[in-house]
Write a protein that binds this ligand. Structure first.
Ligand SMILES: Cc1ncc(COP(=O)(O)O)c(C=O)c1O
Length: 427
């Protein structure tokens, strides 16, 4: 695709809906290409959080204000379960925590401690929150911990490799929806099908923290037992992590007030301003969807909006990799190395792993910052990255993660900066 999926006018309108797209909070012009670490914030989400934080009333009372707050909460829960996670109507339960990591540990604990099976399977490219949760509870329950290894040509994990580890005694399989280093989208539908063919009772969960801002999620259609994400990586606010659990997981033993229903996973009064912020994110994605359809159902608008975001991001990714007659793309700049970049992988999320020959990644990140580009290095001296980058055959890389609100002009600016650095430093 050599054209931007979103028109220039739409991109301008979108940019105005976010804080600090082109300038940082100190008024300095810069490109924020570090959205995988925490994304640009949607004004409407921050404002919704702020609006409802001002109101002291408890949503568990019966006067008008209280009832309104309860409606905000109920809308947020429905938006999360049915619109964002894609649960079937009335199915599953919501897990609320401060972070996506806490959500992951709670779900893994409930499954591994309370269901039969003698082994737990995950992959070598999981974020530590998913990997460590699986290892920790496998060890605690005396179950074997098994790891499917990455395919370092694609930046993902092959279904066949996962299936070498899954058997009829596998209690839980945990596979991330998309890699936070390569952007590779794991084929969850195929993975679920293959795993359930061997073991129909297996519990399958997926970390969607990186995937959720780029694609529609499908817990209901795929029959997943658990999934999580965090709004601060998805245009929203910090301080909340959300999870979906299937009906059978919801009923498993977990921390809760004893007299609440067995499938209740909210512990304490989760802040309704966070739900308001989440509904503002859904409204925004639906608004994008409204540019591409006349349908009015919220789920349809959201799915079309998110698919449009994905198409816009795909056009940005192609521009970044291939360039244009005016500006070389990453694949063509002398001295630049693009990692985990396999042209056979037709679709992936907007993340690219790259480096400059002979240049240390930390130095490169600093040099980008000096030249007005915020990116981040994922390197094997970091506890968050070591296992992942090494299993992908790297010692490290610069992770470049723009967002759908960026334009071809922004990508070209990044490429020009890259070209200048490569010319000066590559050996
Ligand atoms: C893929 C993935 N999973 C989980 C997390 C953990 O999110 P949090 O720090 O909100 O717990 C991150 C954060 O970087 C991530 O990238």
């Amino acid at each position: 695709m050599d054209k931007s999926y979103f028109s220039e006018d739409l991109i301008q309108e979108i940019k105005e809906k976010f804080y600090y797209v082109d300038e940082d909070n100190l008024g300095r012009k810069r490109l924020f290409f570090e959205n995988s670490g925490g994304s640009l914030r949607l004004k409407a989400a921050v404002e919704a959080k702020c609006k409802y934080e001002k109101i002291p009333d408890c949503p568990e009372r019966y006067h008008d204000i209280s009832m309104h707050l309860r409606a905000v909460k109920e809308k947020g829960i429905k938006d999360l379960l049915e619109i964002v996670f894609g649960a079937k109507s009335g199915e599953g339960a919501l897990v609320t925590e401060l972070t996506a990591s806490q959500v992951m540990f709670r779900i893994v604990r409930a499954i591994v401690e309370n269901t039969p099976g003698t082994n737990v399977v995950t992959t070598s490219i999981e974020h530590p929150s998913a990997y460590d949760a699986a290892e920790f509870y496998a060890k605690r329950t005396g179950k074997e911990f098994r790891v499917a290894m990455a395919n370092n040509r694609t930046g993902g994990v092959d279904v066949e490799e996962i299936m070498k580890h899954v058997d009829k005694n596998t209690c839980m399989l945990s596979v991330m929806s998309a890699s936070n280093i390569s952007g590779n989208i794991l084929p969850m539908a195929d993975i679920v099908k293959a795993a359930r063919a061997v073991n129909p009772d297996i519990y399958i969960i997926s970390d969607a923290v990186q995937h959720m801002p780029h694609s529609v999620l499908h817990v209901g259609e795929y029959g997943l037992d658990g999934m999580n994400f965090a709004p601060y990586k998805a245009f929203g606010i910090r301080g909340c992590g959300y999870g979906y659990v299937s009906d059978r997981v919801a009923k498993l033993s977990h921390d809760k007030l004893l007299n609440k229903p067995e499938e209740e996973w909210e512990l304490g009064t989760f802040p309704h301003p966070n739900y308001a912020a989440l509904s503002a994110i859904v409204d925004y994605v639906c608004w994008i969807g409204g540019h591409y359809t006349k349908e009015t159902a919220r789920k349809t608008l959201y799915d079309i909006g998110m698919n449009s975001i994905h198409k816009q991001e795909h056009s940005l990714l192609m521009r970044m990799l291939n360039g244009s007659p005016e500006v070389h793309g990453l694949r063509h700049i002398p001295g630049v190395e693009v990692y985990l970049d396999n042209p056979e992988v037709k679709d992936r999320d907007l993340i690219s792993a790259m480096g400059i020959k002979g240049m240390n990644d930390t130095e490169l990140r600093k040099e980008y910052y000096r030249r007005g580009v915020t990116v981040f290095e994922r390197i094997n001296t970091s506890l968050y990255s070591k296992r992942i980058v090494e299993s992908l055959g790297l010692t490290g890389c610069i992770r470049v993660s723009p967002l759908h609100c960026h334009s071809f002009k922004d990508i070209d600016q990044y490429l020009k900066v890259t070209m200048a650095i490569a010319k000066e430093y590559s050996k």
